[in-house]
Design a protein around this ligand. Sequence first.
Ligand code: PMP
Length: 459
Amino acid sequence: MQSERTTEQWRALDAAHHLHPFTDTESLNQQGARVITKADGVFLWDSDGNKILDGMAGLWCVNIGYGRKDLSEVARRQMDELAYYNTFFKTTHPAVVELSHLLSQVAPEGFSHIFYTNSGSESVDTMIRMVRRYWDVKGKPGKKTLIGRWNGYHGSTIGGASLGGMSYMHEQGDLPIPGIVHVEQPWWYRYGQGMSPEEFGVVAARWVEEKILEVGPDKVAAFVGEPIQGAGGVIIPPSTYWPEVERICRRYDVLLVADEVICGFGRTGEWFGHQLFGFHPDLFTAAKGLSSGYLPIGAVFVGDKVAQGLAEGGDFNHGFTYSGHPVAAAVAHANVKALRDEGIIDRVKHDTGPYMQQRWREAFGGFAHVDDVRGVGLIQAFTLVKDKATHELFPNWGEVGTICRDIFFRHNLIMRACGDHMVAAPPLVISKAEIDQLIDTAVQCVTECEAVLHQRGLV
Ligand code: PMP
């Protein structure tokens, strides 16, 4: 957007009129927001001309990188031709047909139907309504309860925030809504001490079984989880977890749902995160990487069993004005095609992902207060800890993460603090030289951070 204003003027107007998401408005307005004005590849520029390495791909979404003129050209052409039409009343349009066809090709076998939304949260809410509807149609209307996980993230709508396990979200607005319960997350570092990760994976999966038995299998509709918990701090479950969860869901006739909003579209080096762990969900939700954030669009991939069940039920009374929006669909199509045809996801799996993971572990393994250095593909994290030997975390969870995150900011590198987990998830087009730059800067920042922790008497 062209504008003649200065940084100070933008900040003042922003403070006067804009309420930011997940923000303490008063404290933000005292500092003033950073004004981002342009982006290209893996870099952002702010209104003061600083060049910033975006180690988070926006909000884990700009998989294809910034500044793809071919995507803006597709949007322009689609806007000229058919800027909007709905798909409600016996109507469709080429953009949504082409996208659906392409998605059915990149999705694993058995996912030939897609329902569109505008965001990850709407995909999750759509999925909640779908699984409940499915069991109604199947003559099991008692199966209504969904099981999520503490520290899982499934969005900000009432359904998504309820299913997510962020207690600081539940505290605001009387969540969760009825019919949603939670089990503990498969976080080995915190809960699995004394066990091998593989043993712990089975133990954590059994928590799902215990919850199903507590609620009653005839009342449980679905278990929902992110293949890797993203906003919860990149919690990567042991390899034994998902297969055991799958076995349990099948045993009790509970639908298994993967929330692929972050893991989907190549983040882990596979097209979808559940493929990395080798399990087979009945449905999965997506957004973010579907359009690489160029326009808002989300989707629910509906497995054949559920799609057929829903079809048997006649009308499914659900949808959005912008479900399958033609411009968003055309851009998503061009994005997904590029991710496939340019070999971007393959490169994450075979080249840049392994390179990042090796360098990440080498770079951070030696710090006194950094532990659980982990990652796969181009999603990685480490945890700032008080005592590595005893795995003791800092008492005021998130305080040290925020100190560290602010240091990264000052060095023009964006990484995210999820509590005291420091997370990176750069655009999938990042080069090895840019990975080096990311890691070298991050090492400098963590060195500075440890010095600050000493100065402040936190360690
Ligand atoms: N599910 C997951 C796994 C997510 O990470 C997010 C967003 N970070 C959402 C759902 C919600 O997506 P949105 O913000 O697009 O509503």
